[in-house]
Design a protein around this ligand. Structure first.
Ligand code: NAD
Ligand code: UDP
Length: 317
């Protein structure tokens, strides 16, 4: 599934997912314009792409209007880890909401197709399991996670209103927990935390009793899903579409797997469960299977290997 000769804008392109997406789009022969304000992204994530004449980098904050000419927009700009998005919650909401308005306005002006990186957080602490796209969610509107959850929900609303009101071609992906090389070292997400703790021989910090579950998708699978959704030829198909790995693990299982795979002597320590931490999360991906013929190919054990190698290298530097 390839489309040639497009110029593609990736906002948040210097981040974890964004940098992998830029890389894959370049491999497919596209011109890529990466836009990022480096809030959580890093130049080193895209350094290897700078010598490619088809790649261009622009430092810009999506809460301000952007005037460029492109064919497609992947809107990924937004801090994604609880530690980062709670650092400046007002800015997080602005990035989701003002960022969506600016990118949708751009898409409208230049008639570009636009994809929103939404999230499983729109389901909040879900009362149905696994989560299907028609579930409206159980979200606390006033808690510490709300800046992210409600910001992303509002962005989804804006995307669908722009479709209804302005006939924009939109795609909305609801991304479930994704991991892999180039996750930020300091982002506090569970996979990076556990691997770094295990490699350093520090205690593995399991929040609560570790009975809460998550489903972990390897980054290569996720990027493939995003590109398939964007390039789905049925322009009237907008989603929302769950993208994630349906394999479900308790956080304790993840901790034990990481300790075993790293051969670490680290002990598991229980810490308080953060407010509004969802108890279970697993995507129903039948929609993605049916519509874009997508399902993840990399099981957790396989995806953890290159991720551990990446963090090992980072710690040696
Ligand atoms: P990340 O923090 O590594 O990347 C986000 C990027 O956006 C960073 O490069 C950051 O500098 C940039 N950014 C933040 N605010 C900006 C602004 N105002 N203007 C321009 N750039 C800005 O996170 P990620 O894991 O790569 O997530 C990318 C997207 O995918 C986010 O929108 C996130 O909500 C979504 N998502 C990720 C996951 C996951 O598990 N990784 C799950 C669900 C949704
Ligand atoms: N978590 C944990 N220890 C950590 C970091 C996270 O037990 O050091 C737990 C966290 O409480 C949550 C799960 O792991 O239940 C996933 O957390 P993450 O921040 O990666 O993502 P999210 O909560 O947004 O799914």
């Amino acid at each position: 599934m390839q489309m040639k000769d497009k110029t593609v804008l990736v906002t948040g392109g210097a981040g974890f997912l964004g940098s992998h997406l830029c890389e894959r789009l370049l491999e497919q022969g596209h011109d890529v314009l990466c836009v990022d304000n480096y809030f959580t992204g890093q130049k080193r994530n895209i350094m290897h792409l700078l010598s490619n004449p088809r790649f261009e980098m622009l430092r810009h904050d999506v809460t301000f209007p952007l005037y460029v000419e492109v064919d497609e927009i992947f809107n990924l700009a937004c801090p994604a880890s609880p530690v980062h998005y709670q650092f400046d919650p007002v800015q997080t909401t602005k990035t989701s909401v003002h960022g969506a308005i600016n990118m949708l306005g751009l898409a409208k002006r230049i008639k570009a197709k636009i994809l929103q990186a939404s999230t499983s957080e729109v389901y909040g602490d879900p009362e149905i399991h696994p989560q299907t796209e028609d579930y409206w969610g159980n979200v606390n509107p006033i808690g510490p996670r709300s800046c992210y959850d409600e910001g992303k929900r509002c962005a989804e609303t804006l995307f669908f209103d722009y479709r209804r009101q302005h006939d924009l071609v939109i795609k909305v992906a609801r991304i479930f927990n994704t991991y892999g090389p180039r996750m930020a070292m300091d982002d506090g997400r569970v996979v990076s935390n556990f691997i770094i703790q295990a490699l350093k021989g520090e205690p593995i910090t399991v929040y609560g009793k570790g009975e809460q579950t998550r489903s972990f998708c390897y980054v290569d699978d996720l990027v493939e899903g995003l590109i398939r959704l964007m390039h789905n030829t049925e322009d009237d198909f907008s989603g929302p579409m769950n993208l994630g790995n349906p394999g479900e693990f308790t956080i304790m299982e993840l901790a034990e797997t990481v300790v075993e795979m790293t051969g670490s002597k680290s002990k598991i320590e229980l810490r308080p469960l953060p407010t509004d931490d969802p108890m279970q999360r697993r995507p129903d991906i039948s929609h993605a299977k049916r519509t874009i013929d997508w399902e993840p190919a990399v099981p957790l054990h396989e995806g953890l290997k290159p991720t551990i190698e990446y963090f090992k290298k980072m710690l040696e530097e």
